[in-house]
Design a protein around this ligand. Structure first.
Ligand SMILES: C[S@@+](CC[C@H](N)C(=O)[O-])C[C@H]1O[C@@H](n2cnc3c(N)ncnc32)[C@H](O)[C@@H]1O
Length: 398
């Protein structure tokens, strides 16, 4: 019988082959969660490793500029490791970093932001402010989506339809865990093949609600999952945009105009309007705007529209804004937005981002098309135990 040969995709330096086992020292963590080591300068990503681990790794995938490996054995364990609290850590995929001490998670997130800005936007001299940590690195999420198959309740493993059952989830609010226990009891003897998607969430008053077979945020659009960190972020943004005093041609003071692009349910619009801004919020999700309108005051105005289409309309109408807040999804902003945005005359732009790489790309595009300067970048840890990092950047027209 012909012996199956293992595929040998050689990387440029012919250093590695698929299935090869190597010894690797992990030096950092990547945006994506994996540990990063270098094998003779060639980058190798290995999930569930920690900086300073020395590990035996099997190469699974070889790409032009990097390889992906599987952790086989820890040869020497890093002192930055923590014992994961969750019994299904590594299987469920919701958390990537429960095996890393919280102080180190913060350090690595800071490095991820610095790295994105220097590598993608070539911003080497800007000092990134120290990341704002979470008071509770566990039990912070105000919503969770579980799957139920007959009497089994759990999370889908990342990127698959494999149901992972768990005793309790360490990153959701404990009220949500109590509700999950109730669901498990209700379904104890249920014999049903259909999979149900159950979203469990806390209302602003802290009550627990459920919705069945709806997509995340169907009813109200996007909402921030970490309530206490969101409050800190709201306060921080309000401090960057102090009470405006716009002086009209006839020298009468009036409120400044602030354009809140990707405003969602008015999460930032409302506190900013309370400190004197006149807000024009835009989001393409009607449910989000309906939720924003429910809490509106006489300083908030909203439009359901695509941000770029709305910007083009505002430019045609020669509207001016003293400040612009942008909080796009992970993919960032369309390139075509920047020339129009620069025409609105804003003295300040605040960009909230949940993806340092797309932020760095977007900032370099804006910098190339305008005279805006990047004044500060403040990372926030909204998602402890995961690799995700949020940031608030402040740009000024002069
Ligand atoms: C990261 S969320 C931010 C929401 C809000 N600022 C908050 O803090 O809750 C991004 C928002 O962008 C909206 N969105 C995505 N693509 C859009 C587009 N092309 N035009 C307008 N809104 C869009 C989504 O509906 C979502 O509400």
């Amino acid at each position: 019988m012909r012996k199956e040969k293992s595929p040998t995709f050689l990387n440029p330096a012919n250093l590695l082959t698929v299935n090869q086992e190597i010894e690797l020292t992990i030096t950092s963590l990547s945006h994506g969660g994996s540990g990063v080591g270098r094998f003779d300068d060639f980058v190798v990503f290995v999930p569930f490793t920690a900086p300073h681990d020395v590990a035996r790794v099997q190469i699974l995938n070889l790409k032009k500029n990097y390889a992906e490996g599987k952790l086989l054995e820890i040869i020497s364990s890093s002192n930055l490791r923590a014992i994961p609290q969750c019994s299904v850590f590594g299987q469920c995929g919701g958390c990537q970093w429960q095996n890393i001490k919280y102080s180190e998670q913060l350090h690595q997130k800071q490095l991820i932001v610095e790295h994105a800005l220097s590598r993608i936007a070539k911003e080497d001299r800007l000092e990134i402010l120290p990341i704002i940590s979470a008071l509770n690195p566990y039990h912070y999420r105000n919503r969770a989506q579980v799957r139920a198959e007959g009497s089994k309740v759990g999370f889908y493993q990342r990127g698959s339809h494999h149901l992972v059952e768990f005793e309790k989830c360490w990153i959701v609010d404990d009220k949500i865990n109590v509700e999950i226990e109730k669901i498990k009891l209700e379904r104890k003897n249920l014999d049903e093949f259909k999979t149900s998607k159950i979203e469990i969430f806390l209302t602003e008053k802290g009550e627990v609600h459920r919705s069945l077979n709806r997509s995340h945020g169907d009813k109200t659009g996007f909402s921030q999952v970490n309530t206490s960190q969101n409050l800190k972020m709201q306060e921080y943004i309000c401090s960057l945009l102090p009470t405006p005093r716009k002086v009209d041609a006839d020298n009468v003071g009036s409120n400044g105009n602030l354009l809140d692009l990707y405003c969602g349910n008015g999460n930032f619009s409302l506190p900013l309007s309370n400190q004197g801004w006149r807000i024009y919020g835009v989001d393409n999700n009607r449910n989000a705007i309906n939720a924003a309108r429910e809490k509106r005051n006489d300083q908030t105005f909203y439009s359901v529209n695509d941000c770029h289409s709305e910007l083009q309309k505002l430019v045609l109408r020669k509207r001016k804004f003293e400040a612009i807040l942008i909080d796009p999804p992970r993919i960032g902003v369309y390139e075509a937005i920047w020339p129009d945005l620069a025409k609105l005359g804003a003295e300040q732009i605040i960009y909230v981002s949940c993806n340092p790489a797309t932020f760095a790309r977007d900032w370099s595009r804006l910098r190339n098309k305008s005279s805006y300067k990047l004044l500060s970048v403040q990372p926030f840890d909204m998602f402890p135990q995961t690799f995700h990092v949020e940031l608030v950047a402040q740009m000024s027209a002069n």
